[in-house]
Design a protein around this ligand. Structure first.
Ligand code: FRU
Length: 457
């Protein structure tokens, strides 16, 4: 097995070469799924980003379609930044932020529109929103959705107010070209850090859920650091006042080490699906990843479905992933330690636990899970490629841990707790070929090896 095959995810959206960040413009158009991502030809986090385009019939196999939006106009010359897509009147409408740097280094921002009739070529229509008063130029990442009841369109834009506080600006439109400013969506009495990036409003049944990728400063060991996390909150959306009042402060969408800027969309089967950037973090942390030597960096998560029940946002890996299952291994483990030798790094592992259990699992030398049914805490350790040490997390499990589903795709790991009440997504560079499990109670293991075709070649 060569080295590259053990790093590049086989079934996740990842760039052939270059740098990937946020998912953009996710839509299903005439049956075909379209995804775009923030892309740079060079493997480096900052620069004049493009929208790179890929398409899929089944959300599992993706075909690269090259660059859809390039930073080549006066209003987007320093980057076609993030935004979303909608399908209307047989066309795709893409909303994105035109990022402009003036000679003195100051930033300008324009919320722009591009459309496509064939889903392949995109025509730019220029800015549809100029920066309103009351905000700095950190104003970006439009998300548009249709309000069927009012027969209007809403747009939210991630914002920093003139007081350098994070918030979300709300607009509405009747025709997608002319937009009216409504005001700040979020209560100024709550903490939204210094900037809210990539806002997303989701309607699940009667419930509105708002997601923002919140940037704030936190003191860690006496040093001030940026802390950037995607958080969700349910709340009351008052259309009249143009406000969203969260019932409580944000809850992490994903508890992993590498997760930021998720974006949702509703597909033709009315499922609310999303993908996210599996990346982020400080410059050294990103640039020391092993994939950089192979000329690419970062990927998306697998597509997931959002479900709201019992006042909680659950996440499920899409059922289409089951088409990747190849051969299956089943094991019953009780008061023993087993070791499974594996031949590759793309598989799905399901742990079904008895109520009384303490178990340890070491996956391929770089990921360790420990759970004890007495304290109901799941401990996750991931080998950090920069420090050479294990980073760790302790997660409370609601009632008890009944099921863990672990999706491994070369350097990518996604772990779903129980019915998807919590998810942990991380980049992991594995070290060996061994999965070791040690269980004190009863544990059933289902392991599916995934098919080996590579969507990113
Ligand atoms: C989030 C983000 C967005 C911006 C884009 C630029 O990761 O900073 O706010 O539009 O990335 O690539």
């Amino acid at each position: 097995m060569d080295k590259e095959n053990r790093i590049k995810p086989k079934h996740h959206v990842a760039p052939k070469t270059g740098f990937l960040n946020d998912p953009n413009g996710l839509v299903q158009f005439k049956g075909t799924y379209h995804a775009f991502y923030q892309w740079l030809e060079e493997v480096t986090p900052q620069g004049a980003k493009c929208w790179r385009h890929c398409v899929s019939k089944d959300l599992v196999h993706w075909e690269d379609k090259g660059i859809a939006l390039k930073p080549d106009m006066w209003y987007d010359k320093n980057g076609c930044y993030s935004g979303n897509g909608i399908v209307f009147n047989e066309k795709i409408y893409l909303f994105y932020t035109g990022n402009v740097r003036k000679e003195n280094g100051d930033r300008e921002t324009y919320q722009c529109l591009a459309t496509s009739e064939d889903g392949i070529t995109f025509q730019k229509h220029g800015p549809v929103i100029y920066l309103p008063e009351g905000y700095t130029a950190h104003f970006r990442d439009p998300k548009v959705w249709k309000d069927e009841e009012e027969d209007i369109w809403w747009m939210i834009v991630g914002a920093q107010t003139s007081e350098k506080k994070g918030n979300v600006a709300l607009f509405w439109s009747e025709d997608l070209y002319n937009w009216n400013y409504k005001g700040n969506l979020l209560p100024e009495t709550m903490n939204w850090g210094y900037m809210c990036e990539c806002p997303d409003m989701i309607r699940l049944g009667e419930e509105y859920i708002l997601i923002v990728s919140r940037q704030e400063k936190k003191i860690e060991n006496g040093i001030e650091k940026d802390s950037c996390h995607a958080v969700w909150m349910s709340g009351e959306f008052s259309k009249e006042k143009g406000t969203f009042t969260p019932y409580k402060e944000g809850i992490r969408v994903d508890e992993g080490f590498d997760f930021y800027a998720p974006q949702s969309f509703v597909d033709e089967n009315k499922r609310t699906l999303y993908m996210s950037w599996m990346g982020g973090g400080e410059y050294d942390y990103q640039m020391s990843q092993l994939s950089v030597n192979d000329g690419w960096l970062h990927s998306f998560t697998y597509p997931r479905e959002f479900i709201y029940k019992n006042n909680w946002l659950y996440q499920k890996p899409i059922k289409e992933l089951q088409s990747l299952r190849n051969d299956k291994i089943e094991k019953h483990i009780e008061n023993e330690e087993i070791s499974l030798e594996v031949r590759d790094y793309y598989k799905e592992i399901e742990f079904i636990l008895d109520d009384e259990n303490e178990f340890n699992c070491t996956i391929l030398g770089a990921l360790k899970l420990h759970y004890n049914s007495n304290d109901k805490i799941l401990n996750i350790k991931r080998l950090n490629w920069l420090t050479g040490e294990f980073d760790e997390k302790y997660l409370n499990v609601n009632e008890s841990l009944k099921m863990l589903r672990v999706f491994i795709d070369n350097s990518s790991v996604e772990i779903f707790i129980n019915e998807g009440e919590k998810v942990i997504s991380s980049r992991v560079y594995f070290q060996d070929n061994d999965i070791r499990i040690n269980s004190n109670g009863k544990l059933k293991l289902n392991l599916w090896n995934y098919k080996g075709e590579n969507i990113n070649e």
